[in-house]
Ligand binder design. Structure first.
Ligand code: GLV
Ligand code: MN
Ligand code: MN
Length: 411
């Protein structure tokens, strides 16, 4: 057993202070990427990290790196972190916990005057949630070469505002190049966002891997017309097409065993007026499965259904793949480092699989990566009611700190 532990109260207070930025009336957080609320959270993180002695660097896609120096400045950094943005009606822990745990680990190492050979970087990855610009993990994807910087900066939100212009506006279009250097390893701690740990009565999950995901954007084009005058038989109603597609796409899940998860969570209607027949509907399909090939088969079925409906109803159709990632297995040494840290701390743990997407999945493409899960109340997440216990957050932070130290080489 080791007595090097984080300060649980300080960790909790940091969450409370951050939850102010984008606080919703029902106790959650709505802090979309690159908004003023995101800027406020970034500013406070940078202030705190500087106070903890970290050197700050910001890259061209707005990723923030706060470095606790190691005794060997030339060594590749051990990284930890997550994201500051949330869903439109999100909670107080998804993402921010992984950032604040990294910060608390650094603060606790400072308090205990503990040092390491390799630098430790706490990272805030830009726009993990993907609620605003059409796809998620923008910062970690650009950092690992999944999407170029130019492509990322050109992505736009529903109002036509681009990632690049919004980064400039909030002052986080940094001067540093995006990625392109060696990273020793990446560890991300996160609430589980599901019920498995809570039901098992365990505080720690050593995450083995994460499922594949594909996001589609479907655009259906019909013809606007007067809701009171145009006979039903003469209409080209984009909403009618969307309704049939959405219903049937959802059913595709049950054609596979085990079934994928399929979600239509975003719809835009033009002109979105009570008494005009919709001329255009755009909706997204978020589809996920542990097996990349099964997911592709489900995708092919969904595309065929959309084509069939648009043909039958005489509607225009365009299908755009907004994002895709294969399933990933995390690095066996990183997984073992998490188990070893939990064992050293005397915290019972289990291996677990991630249903959600995370920045660590992208980091795993270019460096050894691993994740630590802690339970959240009733497994609820992407919901204002999302909640976690201070002692579980502290346990996850302690495991993170010891995994980081092991990897960074305590001196
Ligand atoms: C992010 O939270 C995701 O899993 O999409
Ligand atoms: Mn998250
Ligand atoms: Mn999320």
């Amino acid at each position: 057993m080791t007595d090097l532990r984080c300060n649980s109260q300080r960790l909790w207070n940091a969450h409370t202070a951050m939850a102010v930025f984008g606080a919703t009336p029902s106790g959650g957080v709505g802090r979309l990427a690159l908004t003023d609320e995101d800027r406020q959270a970034r500013d406070l993180f940078v202030t705190w990290a500087r106070e903890a002695g970290c050197e700050i660097r910001i890259d061209g896609v707005g990723n923030i790196f706060a470095r606790r120096a190691g005794t060997n400045p030339a060594a590749a950094p051990v990284m930890t972190g997550s994201h500051l943005d949330t869903q439109p009606l999100g909670g107080r822990f998804d993402g921010i916990f992984g950032v604040l745990a990294g910060l608390e680990a650094v603060r606790a190492l400072n308090d205990a005057d503990v040092h390491h050979e390799k630098p430790i970087d706490i990272v805030c990855w830009t726009d993990e949630e993907g609620s605003r610009f059409g796809d998620g993990c923008l910062g970690s994807s650009a950092f690992t070469g999944g999407r170029t910087l130019a492509e990322t900066l050109a992505m736009t939100d529903a109002d036509g505002l681009s990632v690049g212009s919004e980064l400039q506006r909030i002052g986080y279009a940094g001067p540093e190049p995006v990625g392109g250097y060696a990273v020793d390893s990446f560890f991300e701690v996160h609430i589980e966002q599901g019920p498995i740990l809570e039901n098992a009565g365990l505080q720690i999950g050593a995450v083995e891997g994460a499922q594949a995901a594909t996001v589609y954007e479907i655009t259906i084009t019909g013809e606007e017309g007067h809701a009171g005058t145009l006979p039903m038989t003469l209409r080209k109603d984009a909403m009618r097409g969307a309704a049939e597609m959405i219903h049937r796409v959802d059913d595709v899940a049950f054609e596979f065993e085990p079934y994928p998860v399929i979600t239509v969570g975003h719809v835009r209607v033009r002109p979105n007026s009570r008494n005009t027949i919709p001329g255009q509907v755009v909706f997204t399909i978020d589809s996920r499965h542990p097996d990349t090939e099964t997911l592709a088969a489900a995708g092919a079925r969904m595309v065929a259904i959309c084509e069939e409906v648009s043909n039958t109803q005489g509607l225009g159709l365009s299908i755009n793949v907004k994002g895709h990632r294969d399933s990933v297995a995390f690095d066996t040494q990183c997984i073992q480092a998490v188990r070893d840290a939990a064992n050293a701390l005397g915290i019972p743990h289990m291996d677990i699989y991630s249903g959600a997407g995370h920045d660590a999945i992208y980091l795993a493409r270019t460096c050894p990566a691993g994740m630590i899960f802690v339970p959240c109340e009733d497994g609820i997440s992407h919901n204002e009611a999302e909640n976690a216990r201070p002692e579980d957050l502290a346990a996850g932070t302690d495991v993170l700190m010891h995994a980081l130290l092991a990897r960074a080489g305590r001196v």
